[in-house]
Design a protein around this ligand. Structure first.
Ligand code: SAM
Length: 284
C-alpha cells in the first residue's frame, strides 16, 4: 500500500494528537509482519491500524485480523482500502477502554471449547505504550505474543537486564520474554517522528511465575523497592511499604532470602523480586 497516495485519495492529514506517524517503508512493514510468525491458525489484534498498510500484510498470513483504530476519520479509509480482504474485521474504538478478549471473541472463528489465543501487532502512539502494555498483560487473557513498535529508548528499557532494571522492565519481564528485534529510523514514517523507534517482540508466558493472588503483593513490593531507587533496598522497601516493616527487619528478611539488603532496586531480576516478595509476605 502506498500510504501517501491513500492519504491524498481520501484527503486526510495525519493527526499528530493521536500519534499518527504512518509507516511508509514497505521493507519495514514486511519485517514487522514476519516477526509475528503468522499462520492461518492465528488471530491477530492490530492496535492502531491507521490506513491499513500493516493490516494488509498481516491478513496475507493470519487466519483473521481484528484491526482496531481510534480515529473515526480513518475508518472509511480502512473499509475502502481493505474491502477485498474477507479475513479482516475493522473496529473503531480506544484500546484502553476495550477488553481485548471481547474484540477477539467477536471473530466468528473462535471455537468455544479452546482457550483464547491471539497475537497483538501494534505500531503504537508513543504516549500510550506503557498503558497499553499494562492493559494487555494485566488481564486474564493475555496475548501469546506481541510485536510492537515503540520509541527506541522505551524498547531498551523494557529489555534491560539486572543493573538497569525499572518498574517497566520488571512488569513486562514478569509476564514474558521481551526481545528488541530491530531499529527503525524516523525517515521510515510519514510524518517523521523526532525519535528513533524499535520493534519489540514479547513472547508471553502461558503462566506468569506467580499465581494471580500473589502478583498484587509482587507489584506492591516492586513499587516500594523502586520508590527511592537511589537508596539501599532495605531502606526503600521499608519507606515504600509505609513503615509496615522497619528497615532493620527488612534487612534481616532480605539476608534470610539470600539477597544483600544494600543492593539497589535496579540490580534485581524478576526471580529475585519474587524471593523478596516471599520474604516480606506477612508485611504487605
Ligand atoms: N498501523 C499504522 C502504521 O503502522 O503505519 C498506524 C500507526 S500510528 C503510529 C498509530 C495509530 O494508532 C494511529 O492511526 C492512531 O489514530 C491510532 N490510535 C491512537 N490511539 C489509539 C487508541 N487509544 N486505541 C486505538 N488506536 C489508537
Amino acid at each position: 500500500m502506498n500510504v501517501y497516495r491513500v492519504l491524498r485519495r481520501w484527503n486526510v492529514r495525519p493527526d499528530k494528537a493521536l500519534g499518527q506517524n504512518f509507516l511508509v517503508d514497505q521493507t519495514i512493514l514486511r519485517r514487522i509482519a514476519e516477526a509475528a510468525e503468522l499462520t492461518s491458525a492465528d488471530v491477530v489484534l492490530e492496535i492502531g491500524a491507521g490506513t491499513g498498510a500493516l493490516t494488509e500484510l498481516l491478513a496475507q498470513d493470519a487466519g483473521h485480523v481484528v484491526a482496531l483504530e481510534l480515529d473515526q476519520q480513518l475508518i472509511p479509509i480502512l473499509e475502502g482500502e481493505l474491502s477485498a480482504l474477507d479475513n479482516v474485521s475493522i473496529v473503531q474504538g480506544d484500546i484502553l477502554r476495550l477488553d481485548p478478549t471481547q474484540l477477539i471473541q467477536t471473530d466468528g472463528q473462535r471455537h468455544e471449547s479452546s482457550p483464547l489465543q491471539y497475537k497483538v501487532v501494534a505500531n503504537l502512539p508513543y504516549y500510550i505504550t506503557s498503558a497499553v502494555l499494562r492493559h494487555l498483560l494485566e488481564t486474564d487473557s493475555r496475548p501469546e505474543m506481541m510485536v510492537i513498535t515503540v520509541q527506541r529508548e522505551v524498547a531498551q528499557r523494557i529489555v534491560a537486564r539486572p543493573g538497569d532494571m525499572s518498574i517497566l522492565a520488571v512488569s513486562v519481564q514478569f509476564y514474558g520474554d521481551p526481545q528488541l528485534l530491530f531499529r527503525i529510523k524516523p525517515g521510515s514514517f510519514y510524518p517523521s517522528p523526532d525519535v528513533e523507534s524499535a520493534v519489540l517482540r514479547v513472547d508471553v508466558y502461558s503462566q506468569p511465575p506467580l499465581p494471580e493472588e500473589e502478583s498484587d503483593a509482587f507489584f506492591t513490593v516492586v513499587r516500594a523497592g523502586f520508590s527511592q531507587r537511589r537508596k539501599q533496598l532495605h531502606n526503600s522497601l521499608s519507606a515504600g511499604l509505609g513503615e509496615r516493616i522497619s528497615k532493620h527487619e527488612a534487612a534481616a528478611r532480605l539476608e534470610d532470602a539470600g539477597i544483600d539488603p544494600r543492593r539497589r532496586a535496579q540490580s534485581l531480576s524478576v526471580e529475585e523480586w519474587i524471593d523478596v516478595t516471599r520474604a516480606l509476605s506477612n508485611a504487605i
